[in-house]
Design a protein around this ligand. Structure first.
Ligand SMILES: *Cc1c(COP(=O)(O)O)cnc(C)c1O
Length: 233
């Protein structure tokens, strides 16, 4: 077994343990492998190991990797779903819509409007409303008291987007369990306007067990599976 295969298997075993401890079925969880800063080849290697969901946080890198892999005609990549998990400038919405299957970081009306306008009649795009669990507005995400209104805006004004739930990154300063409890409250607020928005994107390499305990459905795991990220500019 390669190092990558053994790290993947080990993380999956830890995910299953955390799910069982929380009384949840591991098959209800989507494990997204975050491939940012790694070469496109890593996605090929992961797909060969059966990985179906990968995450990227920068538009140029996402677009370049998808194009490189399309040109290489790597078998098995058609079934891979690309999740965009990073902060997103409105002017890059069109490129992100073209290159991703799910966007986790919708945090304001204008961004939702731009994602919708990029392909108003296209296949619906699954989106999460990102929630800022910190006091720092630069961290990305809508303030918790804005989340319900934003979900309502997307549901009413952006028919090509499908609100599936909420996403957050735990703040460095808080215990992750407490932060994820607050996220679960935002999830409930979104469900008041979109009752079938049952997804919750939370949990990274260091805190996925706490996220699973708090109800996460989509885990975004990088370094615990990929190893350290290469330096980037
Ligand atoms: C990089 C990143 C992750 C993965 O982080 P790891 O600590 O490497 O698991 C998850 N979510 C977001 C938004 C990220 O940018």
């Amino acid at each position: 077994m390669t190092d990558l295969a053994s790290r993947l298997a080990e993380v999956d075993a830890r995910i299953a343990d955390a799910a069982h401890s929380a009384g949840r079925d591991p098959s209800d969880l989507t494990r997204i492998v975050v491939t940012k800063f790694h070469p496109a080849q890593l996605v090929t290697d992961l797909a060969a190991l059966g990985v179906r969901d990968v995450g990227e946080n920068r538009q140029q890198e996402l677009t370049a990797k998808r194009e490189a892999l399309r040109q290489a005609q790597v078998p098995g990549l058609d079934g891979v779903r690309w999740h965009f998990i990073g902060q997103l400038q409105t002017k890059k919405a069109r490129a992100v819509r073209a290159a991703s299957d799910v966007v986790h970081s919708v945090d304001r009306d204008r961004l939702a409007d731009a994602l919708h306008a990029a392909d108003p009649g296209g296949d619906p795009l699954d989106v999460f409303v990102q929630v800022n669990l910190t006091e720092d507005p630069a961290r990305g995400g809508a303030a918790p008291d804005e989340v319900e209104r934003l979900a309502e805006h997307i549901a009413q004004a952006c028919p090509s987007l499908r609100v599936r739930g909420v996403m957050a990154v735990a703040p460095l300063t808080d215990a992750p369990a407490a932060a994820f409890e607050r996220l679960a409250r935002s999830a409930a607020a979104v469900r008041r306007v979109v009752p079938d928005a049952t997804w919750m994107s939370a949990g990274m390499s260091g805190d996925f067990a706490e996220a699973i305990a708090a109800g996460a459905t989509h885990l975004r795991i990088g370094t615990a599976i990929t190893g350290p990220r290469p330096e980037h500019g």
